[in-house]
Design a binder for this molecule. Structure first.
Ligand SMILES: NC(=O)c1ccc[n+]([C@@H]2O[C@H](COP(=O)([O-])OP(=O)(O)OC[C@H]3O[C@@H](n4cnc5c(N)ncnc54)[C@H](O)[C@@H]3O)[C@@H](O)[C@H]2O)c1
Length: 343
């Protein structure tokens, strides 16, 4: 078993920077060897801040470097497929942020490349590593609420990312709701078989240019007869609000909380408590745990609990939801023709 895994982080934006810090300080067994970002000066700046040995503006430098064992891909989603295929070619293990790619054909090609290379490919569906969702999964599997019947979820962002991000994000169902599709499939141990979807632009008019939405709703049916609904929003001025409810035949289970801290202040102004401000704070532990899992899988050869196959199925659901929104019709996921997919 190789003890030290040399990592290159590719993409040093919102989440890449956060993964970089976690790899440096929280993930035993990972050695942050190189950082890459094409934005002039960005990789140099981050390498200088943390004392990282190598930096570059060119991804090829990391992919071809014999010292690099694995890459953490945190670049815009539209770039994932090409980078994954190249990383596989050079036999680098891969952690890639969600969504895996923007279309199914590419996802399938990525899976072929990963399988051929015999490498680990884990995808960044971090909710599977969040202590609340981990406990929910354990309790559902233990039968503590009986048979799951209904899934309800909120994914509310405090605001929209900038237009440059939205442009290559795949749209709200592919970029955001995909987390709910993934965790629902995981918690219910079954597939989502059909979707219907609604949505609108309620706040961010610039989204018209990209055919995107800032508020949406997906209704789902599962293979075992269970059903659910999932709200998604970029319009949550009070904070970052991620919660889920599972209703079962023998009970119910609620996951997540609005509160970042358990203190409620009471004074002459009334009462208030602190709400999670952003995804980095809400999922701090989950982002660390998923990277620990990645290193563990490389060291042991175990299969990651969320890989390219899962991510492809999540994308299939998200693209079907996009199509359902566009046509106003319920879509059967397995019958959905992937060419009709752009928002
Ligand atoms: N799991 C989650 O909760 C979560 C949260 C946010 C973002 N993401 C995902 O992470 C990825 C990045 O999102 P972000 O919000 O950090 O984006 P961002 O726009 O903040 O940062 C992207 C960075 O990648 C760099 N970049 C662009 N093209 C590149 C290339 N070819 N090679 C290397 N670097 C390149 C950019 O210069 C930028 O610094 C997206 O796929 C997004 O969906 C996941």
């Amino acid at each position: 078993m190789k003890k030290r895994i040399n990592i290159a982080v590719l993409g040093l934006g919102r989440l890449g920077y956060s993964h970089t810090k976690n790899l440096l300080t929280e993930v035993h067994g990972a050695y942050l060897y190189m950082v890459v970002d094409p934005l002039p000066g960005r990789a140099k700046e981050v390498a200088g801040e943390f004392g990282i040995e190598f930096h570059s503006t060119n991804i090829e430098d990391a992919l071809t470097h014999p010292g690099v064992d694995a890459v953490v891909i945190v670049t815009p989603t539209s770039t994932h497929a090409e980078i994954i295929k190249k990383a596989a070619y050079y036999q680098k293990h891969i952690f890639v942020e969600k969504p895996l790619t923007l279309n199914l054909e590419e996802s399938e090609k990525v899976s072929v490349a990963v399988k051929k290379a015999g490498i680990i490919c884990q995808v960044g569906f971090m909710r599977r590593f969040d202590p609340g969702y981990v406990d929910a999964k354990r309790r559902i599997d233990n039968g503590e609420i009986g048979r799951p019947l209904y899934f309800k979820a909120f994914t509310r962002d405090p605001g929209s990312p900038p237009p440059e991000f939205i442009k290559s994000s795949g749209g709200i169902f592919v970029d955001c709701s995909i987390h709910d599709y993934d965790i629902a499939r995981y918690l219910f141990n079954t597939e989502i078989t059909s979707v219907a979807a609604h949505g609108n632009i309620l706040k961010y008019d610039f989204m018209k240019e990209f055919n995107d939405l800032d508020h949406g709703l997906t209704y789902v049916e599962f293979a075992n007869g269970a059903i659910g609904d999932m709200e998604v929003s970029r319009n949550s001025p009070y904070g970052y609000d991620i919660r889920a409810e599972v209703i079962g035949t023998e009970g119910a289970l609620f996951v997540g909380d609005l509160r970042e801290q358990q203190v409620t202040i009471l004074n002459q102004d009334g009462s208030n408590f602190k709400v999670f401000p952003d995804f980095q704070t809400r999922f701090r532990v989950a982002y660390i745990e998923e990277l620990k899992h990645f290193i563990h899988c490389i060291q042991t050869g175990e299969k990651p609990i969320v890989d390219d196959k899962d991510a492809t199925q999540d994308l299939r659901v998200a693209l079907a939801a996009t199509h359902a929104y566009q046509t106003g019709k319920k879509v059967i996921v397995e019958e959905f023709a992937p060419e009709k997919t752009h928002l």
